[in-house]
Design a protein around this ligand. Structure first.
Ligand code: F7E
Length: 332
């Protein structure tokens, strides 16, 4: 039985990936923060339904010994390194912890693999944020990086660490350059989920406004459930490589807002207020990914496009809010 180790298993992507790998017959191990085990109701809601099928280890991305011991213990066949401080906006507020955690965390996992399980295949969650002030459109694996946030900088370092472990130590290490990917399990601080969860509250009379920052930013938004399949496919190839995973469509935050309110039968102009505190010191204005390489080599393509994604998220949040108001509990 193949053993997969997922850091950040309790996050959006980790939860979909854990389900997917269990379905493929893997033995699944995950790393979470100790606080998550102490308060599972609050921290582990995304993986609640698979908790009895997976093994969780408490550890910290800041502690090399804690990661070393887990990898030594499991000796995984595949490792998906997803854990990070992933909120771009927060990375401006605390540059130091974002950079420390994200860069060291990746370095620690890679080093632990080199020392304890050098045959383990490694996936790094790189990001379209590395393109930042884009040098060409659409962005491909060959587009130069110009990150515009401490988060983006930390991902460029993680990308280079991963590539260097491949070149220097012959580790099967891949970078997935994933563009924004969303779902009903997205964290509430990210713009898509902030919009859909607030629209659902407005619809039920539980909120009367939605405060947002820059509505003109454009993103290539896909469905997280599609993107985790690409992660797995990367590790099933003969050679380790780097891939852009995207939909090749771009839409503004404004378009997302309009569509989300439309689905709920509401006029967005009545509720959306611009709040400058949500603007970032440096913005990434336009992202659109060309996933031709993934399509050709991995035979991967996104199954959910923009309109369907917005609908899926709105419907899930409406159901969730209705269940909450009826006093029932419902996690997606
Ligand atoms: O912002 C604008 C904001 O926080 C999207 C992460 O998963 O994808 C994600 O990074 C856009 C930005 O995601 C609000 O200025 C306007 O232009 O949902 P977001 P992100 O920064 O694109 C990449 C690929 C990652 O790797 C990251 O980990 O929306 N925006 N008003 C707002 N954003 C937020 N969060 N809140 C607002 O009120």
């Amino acid at each position: 039985m193949k053993k997969a180790f997922i850091t950040g298993i309790d996050g959006q992507d980790g939860s979909y990936l854990a389900e997917f790998l269990l379905g493929k017959g893997y033995k699944v191990y995950g790393m979470v923060r100790r606080v998550a085990l102490e308060d599972p109701e609050h921290h582990l809601w995304r993986i609640k339904h698979v908790l009895n099928k997976i093994t969780l280890y408490p550890a910290s991305l800041e502690s090399y010994p804690s990661i070393f011991k887990i990898v030594e213990n499991i000796k995984p066949n595949e490792c998906y390194h997803l854990a990070a401080q992933s909120f771009v906006s927060y990375s401006f507020e605390d540059e130091f912890s974002t950079i420390n955690t994200n860069i060291n965390g990746t370095h620690f996992v890679l080093s632990a693999i080199k020392e304890n399980a050098p045959k383990c295949k490694f996936y790094f969650a790189a990001s379209s944020e590395m393109f930042g002030m884009v040098k060409e459109t659409p962005q491909t694996e060959k587009t130069p990086f110009h990150p515009r946030s401490p988060y983006g900088i930390s991902k460029v370092a993680g990308f280079d660490l991963t590539r260097n472990y491949r070149e220097a130590y012959n580790i099967f290490a891949c970078n997935g350059i994933l563009f924004n990917h969303e779902s009903p399990r997205r964290g509430f601080e990210f713009v898509t989920r902030k919009i859909t969860s607030t629209v659902a509250q407005i619809k039920l009379g539980l909120a009367d406004e939605l405060k947002l920052g820059n509505l003109e930013a454009k993103r290539d938004w896909g469905f997280a459930g599609d993107y985790i399949k690409a992660m797995w496919l990367m590790l099933q190839q003969d050679k380790a490589d780097d891939y852009v995973i995207a939909t090749n469509e771009t839409h503004s935050v404004r378009e997302f807002v309009e569509l989300a309110f439309d689905y709920a039968g509401l006029n967005w102009k009545k509720y959306v207020k611009i709040d400058k505190t949500f603007y970032r010191p440096a913005e990434v204005h336009l992202l659109i990914g060309d996933y031709s390489k993934a399509r050709k080599k991995l035979k991967w393509a996104p199954s959910v496009k923009f309109e369907e994604l917005v609908k899926m998220m709105i419907e899930a949040d409406m159901q969730r809010m209705q269940a909450i108001t009826k006093g029932r509990k419902c996690n997606h």
